[in-house]
Structure formats: C-alpha cells, structure tokens
Design a protein around this ligand. Structure first.
Ligand code: BTN
Length: 324
C-alpha cells in the first residue's frame, strides 16, 4: 500500500485538505477517498468533512506501536526485543512463556488490550483496548530468589519517576501500587521461575491506567481507581508513558544492582503513601492491624502491630485496607 490517508491529514496539522487533492496524491477516486475517511473514523480518527473545503483531522487515536515507542526510548538502553500485540490474555503469561523458550533479558511484551489481565491476589486487571499501558518485562538477573520481590519495588520507583516526569505527582503504596491522590492508578505483578538457589527469570508486569475515563471503570472499583488522565485533566500518549517507564526502569535497575534497594530508598521514601497510616496487613495467611512506619533500606515495610512496642520488618505481604 502506498501513502496513508491519515499521514496526509496529519501533515496538514488540522488544516483542510480538498478531497480532490487527496485523491490526486493517493491516485484514487474521490469516492474512494470518502470510503477511506469512513474507515479511519471507524478506527477512532475524528475527521471533519466540509463541502468545498475537504477534510481535516481533529483527533487521532492514541496508538501504542513499536515505532512510536522506539522513537521515544533513550538510545542504548537494554530493551532490544519488543513485542506488541493487539490483544492477548495476559502480557505476563506471554512473557513467562517466552522466557521458558529462551527469550533474552530485556524482552518487552506490550498489548493494546488483555482478555485475562491478572492482578495480585488472583484479582483481574481491567484491560480495555486503546486506553492504557499493559506491559511485561523479562529479566534474567544474577540474584538469589529471595531478592526477587525487591525488583517489583524497583519497578514501582521507576513508575513513579516516569509519572512525575509527566507532571503528575504520584505516591507509592507498599509493596506494588502507584497512587494518585487516594486512588490507585497502576499496579505491578511480578512472577518468577527459580531453581533452589538461583533465579531463572523474573517477569515484571505493569498495568498503568493512562486514559481511562471515570465511566470506564466497572462499579466494583470505580471508587478506588483513577487514571493519569482523570488526575491531570488531559490525555497522555501511551507510547510516551511506556517509554518513560522503560527508560526509568533501566536506570533504577542499574542502581539496584550496584547498591541494593538502599540506592533507591529515597525514591520510595519521599513518595510513601502509607507512612503513618493504620493498615490491615495480610501476611502468613492472616490479617493484622497496625501502623505503617515507612520502608527500610532493604525495601521491607516497617510495621508496628496494634498494641506492640516494637516495629517489625515485613518483607512480603499485602495491605488489604488502610485508613484514609
Ligand atoms: C495489581 O495491582 O494487582 C497488579 C496488576 C498488574 C497488571 C499488569 S497489566 C500487564 C501485566 N499482565 C497481566 O496480566 N498483569 C500485569
């Protein structure tokens, strides 16, 4: 196929282009131009048509493509193998499969939509098309299996760096959530395969609510979830969000390998959502109320159970509830 109609309209930057001129450029009839305009409208392009003036592009759909991403990624990063899918059940499942089949460290799998997006604790992750970022990255670090959970904290700090870089102030809720105000806007699901003393691979899956509108969330989570767009009042190009996250992750991962979580501690600490709040912590199968007193140099939650004098370092657990 030769030139694309949407490219021709984009070039005009919102100015009208006559149907006749477009037909000439594309070497097709005016009726065929009309048909292509109709097809683009079905894909989400907003194109105004005016008798005598022609067509002009008012709004293009936000596409998440490898080309758009590569144009934005910092050169020389570790992200060489990029896979983009229109739809898949779960990018984490794809990346885990690819890992078993020998895919290299730094493989990235992103999808426009997921039919079985997975959250932590067996929850589902809302994954409609055209709105958000769903991405999984495959890592093959030389670390002990016990170190693996730290990698999702590293991803959290990188995610916060990326969001902050776009002018929105986030906080981080231990262990794996990004908050905007008092609502969740992104979550992280880390999965791994390991031998007794060595990690084989880790997949870090990240779901970022980028351009969801308030009505796009199902009722069960609409009071708890938000998006960058809702918070900032304007949409964000998804490829920009993803490129910023991948760049930030590459940098933070390097810091972590050199200095452990301590090297990133400040990036977490100054954005700590839970500090000083009463929380219901789930660990070892049970729930316990207490106060979150920050995150230590190892990435553990400092937790003071109700009625206890001492603070405990919690390395793995989930916060089921918190006081607002
Ligand atoms: C959570 O907060 O519960 C974690 C959500 C993780 C969602 C992402 S979307 C990309 C990747 N693929 C999945 O199936 N899950 C993660």
């Amino acid at each position: 196929m030769g030139e694309k109609l949407h490219r021709i309209l984009e070039e005009r930057q919102g100015a009208f282009f006559s149907g006749e001129a477009i037909a000439g450029r594309l070497g097709i009839s005016r009726a065929a131009v009309w048909k292509r305009v109709a097809a683009l409208r079905r894909e989400g392009y907003v194109i105004e048509g005016a008798r005598g003036a022609g067509y002009r592009l008012m709004e293009a759909p936000d596409r998440l493509t490898e080309k758009e991403l590569r144009a934005r990624l910092r050169k020389g990063g570790p992200w060489n193998a990029l896979t983009f899918l229109d739809v898949t059940d779960s990018t984490n499942s794809r990346a885990m499969e690819m890992a078993e089949n020998g895919a290299p460290h730094g493989t990235v799998v992103a999808a426009d939509a997921q039919t079985g997006g997975r959250g932590r604790l067996g929850r589902r992750w809302e994954s409609p098309a055209g709105k958000n970022v769903y991405v999984s990255i495959l890592l093959r670090p030389d670390l002990a299996p016990a170190q693996a959970p730290r990698l999702s904290l590293v991803a959290g700090v990188a995610l916060a760096d990326a969001v902050e870089g776009m002018g929105v102030q986030p906080t981080l809720k231990w262990p794996n959530d990004l908050y905007l105000g008092d609502r969740k806007a992104a979550g992280i699901l880390a999965e791994m395969a390991s031998d007794p003393d060595r990690l084989r691979h880790v997949v870090i899956g990240v779901g970022i609510n980028v351009n969801m509108g308030a009505d796009d969330f199902p009722p069960e989570i609409s009071g708890k979830a938000t998006s960058l767009r809702i918070r900032a009042g304007s949409p964000f190009p998804r490829s920009e969000v993803l490129a910023r996250f991948l760049d930030a992750f590459a940098g933070r991962y390097g810091e972590f390998l050199e200095g452990g979580f301590a090297a990133l501690h400040d990036g977490w600490d100054r954005r700590d959502f839970l500090r000083g709040r009463r929380v219901l912590l789930r660990r070892r199968g049970g729930g316990e109320w207490g106060v979150a007193e920050g995150v230590d140099m190892d990435g553990a939650l400092r937790f003071r159970p109700d009625g206890a004098a001492a603070v405990e370092a919690v390395h793995s657990g989930e916060i089921l509830e918190f006081q607002r």
